[in-house]
Design a protein around this ligand. Structure first.
Ligand SMILES: Nc1ncnc2c1ncn2[C@@H]1O[C@H](COP(=O)(O)OP(=O)(O)O)[C@@H](O)[C@H]1O
Ligand SMILES: Nc1ccn([C@@H]2O[C@H](COP(=O)(O)O)[C@@H](O)[C@H]2O)c(=O)n1
Length: 218
């Protein structure tokens, strides 16, 4: 039995508001959402020292394990659970434990390069790009990296100029052309309300499908 999941990709620069949009457009569908943070698919760099990992480029497409992501999306969209890796930003490291993630009727892939890979894009039903000015994004990032990810201000600034900004311009921003919808200024309420309705309509369709399946089995 295959679950007819509705798959959404949410891309955009660091600090654009991707997580916020993902949360707000799905908050009324309760448990019926499976979150797939692209960050969890950073390559395993456990063979490198902490200093080497701290200097790595985390904004280039090669930083991600695309094969694993594609295979997990494929499984979830086929109704199978996956053992999802988890990521530790303080250590720049994939954690040892994986978490079992079940498929539901809405799958949300969210991350800077969520709309980068052609085969991933083909698996998604709705492609969203969250667009927020770079100055707003860097201010949010400084706040988050220093307060939540245990980073020094100097390092955050250095990383932004050496990799985050150039990779954004070269790889992230161009994926806007793959979007069905571009949301300006992050979680703006008009866009969020429209998308929320769309997600609810899709989960309603899922409920009807599940009822039909149950009836057919009687
Ligand atoms: N539309 C918005 N208005 C004000 N603050 C926002 C908005 N969207 C996101 N934020 C704030 O910006 C920060 C980064 O948002 P987040 O959704 O985590 O971004 P991303 O997932 O793209 O890195 C968070 O502190 C969040 O509360
Ligand atoms: N060890 C790491 C891994 C990633 N990053 C940065 O995270 C950003 C993506 O996450 P958002 O929530 O901001 O979209 C990306 O720009 C990487 O530079 C990191 O700093 N350290």
């Amino acid at each position: 039995m295959t679950i007819p999941s509705f798959a959404i990709g949410i891309a955009g620069g660091t600090g654009a508001g991707k997580t916020t949009v993902a949360r707000e457009i799905t908050e009324n569908v309760g448990e019926a959402v499976t979150r797939v943070p692209l960050d969890n698919y950073y390559e395993d760099l456990s063979h490198m020292s902490f200093e080497e990992r701290a200097d790595a480029n985390y904004d280039h497409p090669d930083a991600f394990e695309w094969d694993l992501l594609r295979s997990h999306l494929d499984s979830l969209l086929s109704g199978q659970a996956v053992e999802m890796p988890q990521y530790d930003f303080s250590e720049h490291l994939r954690q040892d434990e994986r978490v079992t993630v079940e498929p539901t009727d809405v799958i949300v892939l969210e991350g800077i390069l969520a709309l980068y890979d052609e085969r991933v894009n083909d698996m998604l039903d709705l492609h969203i790009y969250v667009e927020t000015d770079a100055d707003v994004r860097i201010l949010r990032r400084i706040d988050r990296d220093v307060l939540e990810r245990g980073r020094e201000l100097e390092g955050v600034m250095e990383q932004y100029l050496s990799t985050v900004k150039p990779m954004h311009e070269q790889f992230v921003e161009p994926t806007k052309k793959n979007a069905d919808i571009i949301i300006p200024e992050g979680a703006n309420s008009v866009a969020v309300n429209l998308l929320e309705e769309k997600v609810q309509a899709e989960t309603g369709a899922f409920a009807e499908w599940a009822a039909r399946e149950a009836e057919n089995q009687l």
